[in-house]
Design a protein around this ligand. Structure first.
Ligand code: SAH
Length: 474
Protein backbone atom coordinates (compact mmCIF):
# COMPACT_ATOMS: atom_id res chain seq x y z
CA UNK A 1 0.00 0.00 0.00
CA UNK A 2 1.38 3.38 -0.92
CA UNK A 3 1.96 5.98 1.73
CA UNK A 4 0.04 9.24 1.35
CA UNK A 5 1.94 12.41 2.11
CA UNK A 6 -0.05 15.56 2.56
CA UNK A 7 1.64 18.85 1.75
CA UNK A 8 0.29 22.35 2.20
CA UNK A 9 1.61 25.03 -0.13
CA UNK A 10 1.11 28.75 0.26
CA UNK A 11 1.04 30.86 -2.84
CA UNK A 12 1.79 34.50 -2.16
CA UNK A 13 1.38 36.99 -4.98
CA UNK A 14 2.94 40.38 -4.94
CA UNK A 15 2.55 42.61 -7.99
CA UNK A 16 3.67 40.42 -10.91
CA UNK A 17 5.67 37.95 -8.83
CA UNK A 18 4.80 34.77 -7.02
CA UNK A 19 6.28 33.20 -4.01
CA UNK A 20 5.46 29.72 -2.88
CA UNK A 21 6.17 28.25 0.50
CA UNK A 22 5.56 24.59 1.14
CA UNK A 23 5.09 22.73 4.30
CA UNK A 24 5.02 19.00 4.39
CA UNK A 25 7.12 15.98 5.17
CA UNK A 26 10.31 15.63 3.16
CA UNK A 27 9.62 17.99 0.31
CA UNK A 28 12.64 18.03 -1.95
CA UNK A 29 11.63 18.84 -5.48
CA UNK A 30 10.83 21.82 -7.68
CA UNK A 31 13.81 24.06 -7.12
CA UNK A 32 12.90 27.59 -6.18
CA UNK A 33 9.30 26.68 -5.74
CA UNK A 34 10.34 25.32 -2.42
CA UNK A 35 10.97 27.79 0.32
CA UNK A 36 13.52 26.47 2.79
CA UNK A 37 11.40 27.32 5.80
CA UNK A 38 8.62 25.23 4.35
CA UNK A 39 10.44 21.96 4.68
CA UNK A 40 9.72 20.05 7.81
CA UNK A 41 10.62 16.65 9.09
CA UNK A 42 9.09 13.61 7.54
CA UNK A 43 6.09 12.38 9.42
CA UNK A 44 5.01 15.69 10.91
CA UNK A 45 1.50 16.56 9.91
CA UNK A 46 0.96 19.84 8.07
CA UNK A 47 -0.82 22.27 10.31
CA UNK A 48 -1.10 25.36 8.27
CA UNK A 49 -0.16 27.01 5.02
CA UNK A 50 2.65 29.01 6.54
CA UNK A 51 4.99 27.38 8.99
CA UNK A 52 6.14 29.30 12.03
CA UNK A 53 9.65 29.48 10.56
CA UNK A 54 8.35 31.22 7.47
CA UNK A 55 6.15 33.51 9.49
CA UNK A 56 9.11 34.52 11.59
CA UNK A 57 11.41 34.99 8.65
CA UNK A 58 8.90 37.15 6.80
CA UNK A 59 7.75 38.98 9.92
CA UNK A 60 4.23 37.91 9.14
CA UNK A 61 1.74 39.35 11.56
CA UNK A 62 -1.48 38.06 10.20
CA UNK A 63 -2.67 36.30 7.13
CA UNK A 64 -5.66 34.76 5.50
CA UNK A 65 -5.86 32.01 2.92
CA UNK A 66 -8.12 30.70 0.24
CA UNK A 67 -8.04 27.19 -1.23
CA UNK A 68 -7.02 26.97 -4.89
CA UNK A 69 -6.62 23.28 -5.75
CA UNK A 70 -5.12 19.91 -4.85
CA UNK A 71 -2.79 17.91 -7.10
CA UNK A 72 -1.28 14.49 -6.69
CA UNK A 73 1.88 12.71 -7.82
CA UNK A 74 2.08 8.99 -7.39
CA UNK A 75 4.89 6.56 -7.60
CA UNK A 76 5.23 2.93 -6.57
CA UNK A 77 5.26 3.40 -2.83
CA UNK A 78 3.83 6.84 -2.17
CA UNK A 79 1.39 9.48 -3.19
CA UNK A 80 2.19 13.13 -2.60
CA UNK A 81 -0.88 15.29 -2.30
CA UNK A 82 -0.25 19.03 -2.45
CA UNK A 83 -2.96 21.44 -1.37
CA UNK A 84 -2.35 24.92 -2.74
CA UNK A 85 -3.73 27.94 -0.92
CA UNK A 86 -3.56 31.50 -2.00
CA UNK A 87 -2.21 33.22 1.05
CA UNK A 88 -2.42 36.86 1.91
CA UNK A 89 0.09 38.01 4.43
CA UNK A 90 0.63 41.28 6.16
CA UNK A 91 4.36 41.77 6.04
CA UNK A 92 6.90 44.16 4.60
CA UNK A 93 9.85 41.82 4.87
CA UNK A 94 9.54 39.83 1.67
CA UNK A 95 12.59 41.38 0.10
CA UNK A 96 14.64 41.36 3.26
CA UNK A 97 15.74 37.76 3.42
CA UNK A 98 18.12 36.08 1.04
CA UNK A 99 15.79 33.13 0.55
CA UNK A 100 12.82 35.31 -0.10
CA UNK A 101 14.71 37.27 -2.70
CA UNK A 102 15.61 34.06 -4.48
CA UNK A 103 12.15 32.66 -4.36
CA UNK A 104 10.21 35.50 -5.91
CA UNK A 105 9.47 34.55 -9.49
CA UNK A 106 7.47 35.91 -12.36
CA UNK A 107 5.15 33.38 -13.91
CA UNK A 108 7.45 33.23 -16.94
CA UNK A 109 10.43 32.40 -14.74
CA UNK A 110 8.43 29.79 -12.87
CA UNK A 111 7.53 28.11 -16.15
CA UNK A 112 11.20 27.59 -16.96
CA UNK A 113 11.86 25.61 -13.74
CA UNK A 114 11.89 21.89 -13.55
CA UNK A 115 8.64 20.77 -12.02
CA UNK A 116 7.25 17.50 -10.84
CA UNK A 117 4.17 16.49 -12.73
CA UNK A 118 1.83 17.52 -9.94
CA UNK A 119 3.45 20.87 -9.29
CA UNK A 120 3.55 21.69 -13.00
CA UNK A 121 -0.22 21.42 -13.08
CA UNK A 122 -0.33 24.19 -10.48
CA UNK A 123 1.21 26.59 -12.96
CA UNK A 124 -2.08 26.90 -14.80
CA UNK A 125 -3.93 27.45 -11.54
CA UNK A 126 -1.43 30.12 -10.62
CA UNK A 127 -1.77 31.73 -14.05
CA UNK A 128 -5.55 31.85 -13.44
CA UNK A 129 -5.04 33.42 -10.03
CA UNK A 130 -2.77 36.07 -11.55
CA UNK A 131 -5.16 36.77 -14.42
CA UNK A 132 -8.22 36.99 -12.19
CA UNK A 133 -6.71 39.48 -9.78
CA UNK A 134 -8.76 42.63 -9.65
CA UNK A 135 -7.05 45.95 -9.83
CA UNK A 136 -6.66 47.69 -6.47
CA UNK A 137 -8.15 50.88 -7.93
CA UNK A 138 -11.42 49.02 -8.53
CA UNK A 139 -11.68 47.50 -5.05
CA UNK A 140 -14.61 49.00 -3.13
CA UNK A 141 -14.30 49.78 0.58
CA UNK A 142 -16.46 46.73 1.42
CA UNK A 143 -14.01 44.41 -0.40
CA UNK A 144 -10.99 46.07 1.20
CA UNK A 145 -12.59 45.43 4.59
CA UNK A 146 -11.82 41.74 4.03
CA UNK A 147 -8.06 42.29 4.10
CA UNK A 148 -6.44 41.17 7.36
CA UNK A 149 -5.33 44.74 8.02
CA UNK A 150 -5.81 47.08 10.92
CA UNK A 151 -6.94 49.92 8.65
CA UNK A 152 -10.54 49.63 7.57
CA UNK A 153 -11.79 49.39 3.98
CA UNK A 154 -12.82 53.05 3.74
CA UNK A 155 -9.44 54.19 4.95
CA UNK A 156 -7.56 51.98 2.46
CA UNK A 157 -9.89 52.99 -0.37
CA UNK A 158 -9.23 56.66 0.31
CA UNK A 159 -5.46 56.13 0.41
CA UNK A 160 -5.55 54.33 -2.95
CA UNK A 161 -7.87 56.77 -4.68
CA UNK A 162 -6.30 59.91 -3.23
CA UNK A 163 -2.57 59.16 -3.18
CA UNK A 164 -1.78 62.70 -2.05
CA UNK A 165 -3.89 62.17 1.09
CA UNK A 166 -2.04 58.93 1.80
CA UNK A 167 1.11 61.05 2.33
CA UNK A 168 -0.47 62.71 5.34
CA UNK A 169 -0.08 60.90 8.66
CA UNK A 170 -3.78 60.93 9.42
CA UNK A 171 -4.71 59.18 6.15
CA UNK A 172 -1.64 57.02 5.61
CA UNK A 173 -2.12 53.24 5.67
CA UNK A 174 1.47 52.22 6.37
CA UNK A 175 3.86 49.93 4.53
CA UNK A 176 2.50 46.69 5.86
CA UNK A 177 -1.02 47.41 4.78
CA UNK A 178 0.22 48.53 1.37
CA UNK A 179 2.12 45.26 1.00
CA UNK A 180 -1.08 43.46 1.88
CA UNK A 181 -2.95 45.27 -0.89
CA UNK A 182 -0.13 44.32 -3.27
CA UNK A 183 -0.48 40.64 -2.43
CA UNK A 184 -4.21 40.61 -3.03
CA UNK A 185 -4.64 43.03 -5.93
CA UNK A 186 -3.05 44.09 -9.16
CA UNK A 187 -1.39 47.40 -8.25
CA UNK A 188 0.16 48.29 -11.59
CA UNK A 189 0.16 52.01 -12.29
CA UNK A 190 0.04 54.21 -15.40
CA UNK A 191 3.28 55.89 -16.12
CA UNK A 192 3.60 59.42 -17.54
CA UNK A 193 5.76 58.87 -20.62
CA UNK A 194 5.63 62.48 -21.75
CA UNK A 195 3.88 65.68 -20.83
CA UNK A 196 3.76 68.98 -22.64
CA UNK A 197 2.47 72.23 -21.26
CA UNK A 198 1.04 74.95 -23.49
CA UNK A 199 1.29 78.67 -22.60
CA UNK A 200 -2.41 78.68 -21.64
CA UNK A 201 -1.65 76.20 -18.83
CA UNK A 202 -3.06 73.15 -20.62
CA UNK A 203 -0.97 70.02 -20.11
CA UNK A 204 -1.13 67.17 -22.55
CA UNK A 205 -0.15 63.96 -20.79
CA UNK A 206 0.87 60.81 -22.63
CA UNK A 207 0.50 57.76 -20.44
CA UNK A 208 2.22 54.50 -21.12
CA UNK A 209 0.19 51.44 -20.11
CA UNK A 210 1.45 48.06 -18.91
CA UNK A 211 1.49 46.60 -22.42
CA UNK A 212 3.37 49.59 -23.83
CA UNK A 213 0.28 51.14 -25.44
CA UNK A 214 -0.11 54.89 -25.05
CA UNK A 215 -3.07 57.18 -24.48
CA UNK A 216 -3.55 60.91 -24.01
CA UNK A 217 -5.17 62.78 -21.15
CA UNK A 218 -5.52 66.55 -21.14
CA UNK A 219 -5.35 68.66 -18.01
CA UNK A 220 -6.99 72.05 -18.50
CA UNK A 221 -6.96 74.50 -15.60
CA UNK A 222 -9.60 77.17 -15.89
CA UNK A 223 -8.80 80.50 -14.43
CA UNK A 224 -12.17 81.63 -13.20
CA UNK A 225 -13.05 82.91 -9.73
CA UNK A 226 -12.36 79.54 -8.18
CA UNK A 227 -9.50 77.67 -9.86
CA UNK A 228 -11.06 74.71 -11.60
CA UNK A 229 -9.61 71.96 -13.74
CA UNK A 230 -11.22 69.99 -16.53
CA UNK A 231 -9.62 66.65 -17.30
CA UNK A 232 -10.23 65.11 -20.70
CA UNK A 233 -9.80 61.35 -20.46
CA UNK A 234 -9.49 58.57 -23.03
CA UNK A 235 -11.59 55.42 -23.12
CA UNK A 236 -9.76 53.33 -25.73
CA UNK A 237 -6.29 52.88 -27.19
CA UNK A 238 -6.94 54.30 -30.64
CA UNK A 239 -10.46 54.24 -32.01
CA UNK A 240 -12.47 52.14 -34.46
CA UNK A 241 -14.97 54.84 -35.49
CA UNK A 242 -12.73 56.13 -38.27
CA UNK A 243 -14.07 59.69 -38.39
CA UNK A 244 -12.53 61.47 -41.38
CA UNK A 245 -11.35 64.56 -39.48
CA UNK A 246 -10.06 62.94 -36.30
CA UNK A 247 -6.38 62.33 -35.53
CA UNK A 248 -7.11 59.33 -33.28
CA UNK A 249 -8.62 57.53 -36.28
CA UNK A 250 -5.19 57.48 -37.97
CA UNK A 251 -3.93 55.30 -35.11
CA UNK A 252 -6.51 52.57 -35.70
CA UNK A 253 -8.10 50.63 -32.87
CA UNK A 254 -5.94 48.65 -30.51
CA UNK A 255 -7.98 47.84 -27.42
CA UNK A 256 -10.41 49.05 -24.81
CA UNK A 257 -8.96 50.63 -21.71
CA UNK A 258 -9.66 48.81 -18.47
CA UNK A 259 -11.70 50.57 -15.80
CA UNK A 260 -8.52 50.85 -13.69
CA UNK A 261 -6.67 52.56 -16.54
CA UNK A 262 -9.51 55.05 -16.92
CA UNK A 263 -9.55 55.78 -13.18
CA UNK A 264 -5.77 56.14 -13.05
CA UNK A 265 -5.72 58.72 -15.86
CA UNK A 266 -7.54 60.89 -13.34
CA UNK A 267 -5.75 59.93 -10.10
CA UNK A 268 -2.25 60.19 -11.59
CA UNK A 269 -3.01 63.50 -13.35
CA UNK A 270 -4.46 65.02 -10.16
CA UNK A 271 -1.63 63.65 -8.04
CA UNK A 272 0.93 65.20 -10.40
CA UNK A 273 -0.75 68.43 -11.50
CA UNK A 274 -3.52 68.96 -8.92
CA UNK A 275 -5.86 70.09 -7.67
CA UNK A 276 -6.15 67.85 -4.65
CA UNK A 277 -9.45 69.44 -3.75
CA UNK A 278 -11.52 67.36 -6.09
CA UNK A 279 -14.67 69.49 -5.84
CA UNK A 280 -12.80 71.72 -8.32
CA UNK A 281 -12.52 68.98 -10.93
CA UNK A 282 -14.70 68.32 -13.98
CA UNK A 283 -14.24 65.28 -16.17
CA UNK A 284 -14.97 64.94 -19.87
CA UNK A 285 -14.80 61.59 -21.64
CA UNK A 286 -13.77 63.25 -24.88
CA UNK A 287 -10.25 61.92 -25.30
CA UNK A 288 -9.15 59.07 -27.50
CA UNK A 289 -11.72 56.43 -28.33
CA UNK A 290 -15.46 55.94 -28.32
CA UNK A 291 -16.57 55.62 -24.71
CA UNK A 292 -19.81 53.82 -25.58
CA UNK A 293 -17.89 51.05 -27.36
CA UNK A 294 -16.33 50.38 -23.94
CA UNK A 295 -19.38 51.06 -21.88
CA UNK A 296 -18.91 48.53 -19.06
CA UNK A 297 -15.40 49.72 -18.20
CA UNK A 298 -16.34 53.38 -18.55
CA UNK A 299 -19.35 52.99 -16.27
CA UNK A 300 -17.33 51.06 -13.68
CA UNK A 301 -14.73 53.85 -13.75
CA UNK A 302 -17.47 56.46 -13.30
CA UNK A 303 -18.76 54.64 -10.23
CA UNK A 304 -15.30 54.58 -8.67
CA UNK A 305 -14.47 58.19 -9.58
CA UNK A 306 -17.73 59.40 -8.06
CA UNK A 307 -17.44 57.29 -4.90
CA UNK A 308 -17.91 59.52 -1.84
CA UNK A 309 -14.95 57.98 0.04
CA UNK A 310 -12.63 58.46 -2.93
CA UNK A 311 -12.38 61.32 -5.41
CA UNK A 312 -16.07 62.05 -4.97
CA UNK A 313 -16.48 63.69 -8.38
CA UNK A 314 -20.24 63.55 -8.85
CA UNK A 315 -21.50 62.29 -12.18
CA UNK A 316 -23.15 65.66 -12.85
CA UNK A 317 -19.63 67.09 -13.16
CA UNK A 318 -18.76 64.53 -15.81
CA UNK A 319 -19.64 64.64 -19.51
CA UNK A 320 -19.44 61.65 -21.80
CA UNK A 321 -19.12 62.37 -25.51
CA UNK A 322 -20.23 59.85 -28.09
CA UNK A 323 -20.31 59.66 -31.87
CA UNK A 324 -23.84 58.30 -31.37
CA UNK A 325 -23.51 54.64 -30.40
CA UNK A 326 -27.12 54.18 -29.44
CA UNK A 327 -26.74 50.67 -28.00
CA UNK A 328 -24.37 52.08 -25.41
CA UNK A 329 -26.81 54.82 -24.40
CA UNK A 330 -29.20 52.23 -22.98
CA UNK A 331 -26.52 50.97 -20.60
CA UNK A 332 -25.78 54.55 -19.57
CA UNK A 333 -29.44 55.33 -18.96
CA UNK A 334 -29.74 52.76 -16.21
CA UNK A 335 -26.73 54.02 -14.22
CA UNK A 336 -27.53 55.44 -10.82
CA UNK A 337 -24.76 58.01 -11.29
CA UNK A 338 -25.14 59.00 -14.92
CA UNK A 339 -22.80 61.53 -16.51
CA UNK A 340 -24.03 64.34 -18.73
CA UNK A 341 -24.29 63.46 -22.36
CA UNK A 342 -22.56 65.02 -25.35
CA UNK A 343 -23.15 63.85 -28.92
CA UNK A 344 -20.87 64.68 -31.82
CA UNK A 345 -23.33 65.68 -34.55
CA UNK A 346 -20.87 67.25 -37.04
CA UNK A 347 -23.17 67.05 -40.09
CA UNK A 348 -26.83 67.67 -40.81
CA UNK A 349 -27.62 65.05 -43.46
CA UNK A 350 -27.01 61.31 -43.18
CA UNK A 351 -25.08 61.45 -46.48
CA UNK A 352 -22.56 64.00 -45.31
CA UNK A 353 -22.41 62.53 -41.82
CA UNK A 354 -21.64 59.11 -43.26
CA UNK A 355 -18.70 60.63 -45.14
CA UNK A 356 -17.39 62.26 -41.99
CA UNK A 357 -18.50 59.66 -39.44
CA UNK A 358 -19.05 56.17 -40.91
CA UNK A 359 -20.95 55.05 -37.75
CA UNK A 360 -23.90 56.99 -39.26
CA UNK A 361 -24.58 53.93 -41.46
CA UNK A 362 -25.58 52.11 -38.31
CA UNK A 363 -27.14 54.94 -36.33
CA UNK A 364 -28.58 57.69 -38.51
CA UNK A 365 -29.42 61.23 -37.41
CA UNK A 366 -33.14 60.34 -37.10
CA UNK A 367 -32.39 57.53 -34.64
CA UNK A 368 -30.04 59.76 -32.67
CA UNK A 369 -32.70 62.48 -32.47
CA UNK A 370 -35.26 59.92 -31.26
CA UNK A 371 -32.87 58.63 -28.58
CA UNK A 372 -32.23 62.19 -27.37
CA UNK A 373 -35.96 62.88 -27.22
CA UNK A 374 -36.52 59.98 -24.84
CA UNK A 375 -33.38 60.63 -22.76
CA UNK A 376 -34.11 60.78 -19.01
CA UNK A 377 -32.90 64.37 -18.49
CA UNK A 378 -32.38 65.49 -14.90
CA UNK A 379 -33.78 68.91 -13.95
CA UNK A 380 -31.67 71.58 -15.74
CA UNK A 381 -29.75 68.91 -17.67
CA UNK A 382 -29.05 69.56 -21.34
CA UNK A 383 -27.50 67.43 -24.03
CA UNK A 384 -24.37 68.95 -25.51
CA UNK A 385 -24.55 68.81 -29.31
CA UNK A 386 -20.98 69.07 -30.58
CA UNK A 387 -20.42 70.40 -34.06
CA UNK A 388 -16.95 70.70 -35.59
CA UNK A 389 -17.11 73.29 -38.36
CA UNK A 390 -15.28 72.27 -41.53
CA UNK A 391 -14.98 74.86 -44.26
CA UNK A 392 -17.11 74.11 -47.35
CA UNK A 393 -18.19 70.76 -45.89
CA UNK A 394 -20.74 71.31 -43.11
CA UNK A 395 -20.80 75.09 -42.60
CA UNK A 396 -23.46 76.35 -45.03
CA UNK A 397 -26.55 78.37 -44.06
CA UNK A 398 -28.66 75.28 -44.85
CA UNK A 399 -26.51 73.26 -42.46
CA UNK A 400 -27.12 75.84 -39.74
CA UNK A 401 -30.88 75.71 -40.34
CA UNK A 402 -30.95 71.90 -40.34
CA UNK A 403 -28.86 71.80 -37.18
CA UNK A 404 -31.30 74.22 -35.53
CA UNK A 405 -34.22 72.00 -36.54
CA UNK A 406 -32.43 68.99 -35.03
CA UNK A 407 -31.74 70.78 -31.75
CA UNK A 408 -35.02 72.61 -31.18
CA UNK A 409 -37.34 70.67 -28.93
CA UNK A 410 -34.44 69.08 -27.06
CA UNK A 411 -33.00 70.59 -23.87
CA UNK A 412 -29.73 71.37 -25.64
CA UNK A 413 -26.57 73.37 -25.85
CA UNK A 414 -24.90 73.43 -29.26
CA UNK A 415 -21.14 73.53 -28.89
CA UNK A 416 -19.41 74.86 -31.99
CA UNK A 417 -15.89 73.48 -32.07
CA UNK A 418 -13.14 75.27 -33.96
CA UNK A 419 -11.54 72.66 -36.20
CA UNK A 420 -8.01 71.82 -35.17
CA UNK A 421 -6.22 71.40 -38.45
CA UNK A 422 -3.53 68.77 -38.83
CA UNK A 423 -0.75 69.22 -41.40
CA UNK A 424 -1.84 66.37 -43.66
CA UNK A 425 -5.54 66.67 -43.84
CA UNK A 426 -8.12 67.66 -46.35
CA UNK A 427 -10.16 69.88 -44.04
CA UNK A 428 -9.76 73.40 -42.79
CA UNK A 429 -11.57 75.64 -40.35
CA UNK A 430 -13.95 78.21 -41.86
CA UNK A 431 -13.01 81.90 -41.62
CA UNK A 432 -14.23 83.75 -38.51
CA UNK A 433 -17.07 85.51 -40.43
CA UNK A 434 -18.50 82.17 -41.59
CA UNK A 435 -18.40 80.84 -38.03
CA UNK A 436 -20.16 83.98 -36.78
CA UNK A 437 -22.83 83.76 -39.51
CA UNK A 438 -23.42 80.06 -38.73
CA UNK A 439 -23.83 80.80 -35.04
CA UNK A 440 -26.13 83.75 -35.75
CA UNK A 441 -28.54 81.54 -37.72
CA UNK A 442 -28.66 79.03 -34.85
CA UNK A 443 -29.31 81.77 -32.31
CA UNK A 444 -31.99 83.44 -34.39
CA UNK A 445 -33.75 80.10 -34.63
CA UNK A 446 -33.79 79.97 -30.80
CA UNK A 447 -30.90 77.57 -30.16
CA UNK A 448 -28.57 77.82 -27.23
CA UNK A 449 -25.04 78.04 -28.65
CA UNK A 450 -21.53 78.18 -27.17
CA UNK A 451 -18.25 78.24 -29.02
CA UNK A 452 -15.53 76.04 -27.63
CA UNK A 453 -12.31 77.84 -26.81
CA UNK A 454 -9.42 75.98 -28.37
CA UNK A 455 -7.12 74.84 -25.57
CA UNK A 456 -3.57 73.66 -25.77
CA UNK A 457 -3.24 74.14 -29.53
CA UNK A 458 0.51 74.55 -29.20
CA UNK A 459 0.78 71.02 -27.82
CA UNK A 460 -1.49 69.31 -30.34
CA UNK A 461 -5.07 70.61 -30.13
CA UNK A 462 -7.70 67.87 -30.50
CA UNK A 463 -7.76 64.39 -29.08
CA UNK A 464 -5.11 62.00 -30.34
CA UNK A 465 -3.19 64.69 -32.20
CA UNK A 466 0.01 64.51 -30.22
CA UNK A 467 0.15 60.72 -30.29
CA UNK A 468 -0.72 60.61 -34.00
CA UNK A 469 2.06 63.11 -34.62
CA UNK A 470 4.51 61.03 -32.58
CA UNK A 471 3.48 57.96 -34.56
CA UNK A 472 4.16 59.84 -37.83
CA UNK A 473 0.51 59.48 -38.88
CA UNK A 474 -0.24 63.19 -39.34
N1 SAH B 1 -15.68 59.40 -29.64
C1 SAH B 1 -16.21 60.54 -28.95
C2 SAH B 1 -15.18 61.38 -28.22
C3 SAH B 1 -13.89 61.68 -28.90
S1 SAH B 1 -13.75 63.09 -29.93
C4 SAH B 1 -16.99 61.38 -29.89
O1 SAH B 1 -16.99 61.12 -31.10
O2 SAH B 1 -17.68 62.28 -29.43
C5 SAH B 1 -14.28 64.45 -28.96
C6 SAH B 1 -14.79 65.60 -29.81
O3 SAH B 1 -13.69 66.16 -30.55
C7 SAH B 1 -15.82 65.17 -30.84
O4 SAH B 1 -16.91 66.05 -30.81
C8 SAH B 1 -15.09 65.28 -32.16
O5 SAH B 1 -16.00 65.59 -33.20
C9 SAH B 1 -14.09 66.39 -31.90
N2 SAH B 1 -12.89 66.38 -32.75
C10 SAH B 1 -12.20 65.32 -33.20
N3 SAH B 1 -11.16 65.73 -33.98
C11 SAH B 1 -11.19 67.08 -33.99
C12 SAH B 1 -10.38 68.07 -34.59
N4 SAH B 1 -9.33 67.76 -35.34
N5 SAH B 1 -10.72 69.36 -34.37
C13 SAH B 1 -11.76 69.67 -33.59
N6 SAH B 1 -12.55 68.78 -32.98
C14 SAH B 1 -12.28 67.49 -33.19
Amino acid sequence: MSEIIEVVAALIVREDRIFAAQRGPGRTHAGLWEFPGGKIERGEAPRDALSREIQEELHVRSYSREFISTRETRDADRTIRVHLYRTIVESTAFECTEHARLAWLTLEEARTLEWTQADAAFLEDIADVMASRRHAMLARPEALDDLPARAGGRHIFRALQRPWDAQRPHYSIGHKCRALVETQYDTSCLHIAESLQAPDGTTRIIYELQDGARVETIHMPRDVKTPRVTLCVSSQVGCAMNCAFCATATLGFRRNLTAAEIVQQVTVALDTYGPHETHQVNLVFMGMGEALMNVSHVTEAIEILSHPYGLNIPAVRMTLSTSGVLDGLDALKSLSCRPNLAVSINATTDDMRTRLMPITRKYGLGAIRAALESWPYRPHEKVLLEYVLLSGVNDSDEDARRLAAFALGLPHNINIIPYNATPRDAFCAPPAERVAAFIAILQEAGCFVTQRVARGVQVGGACGQLLAKRAGRI
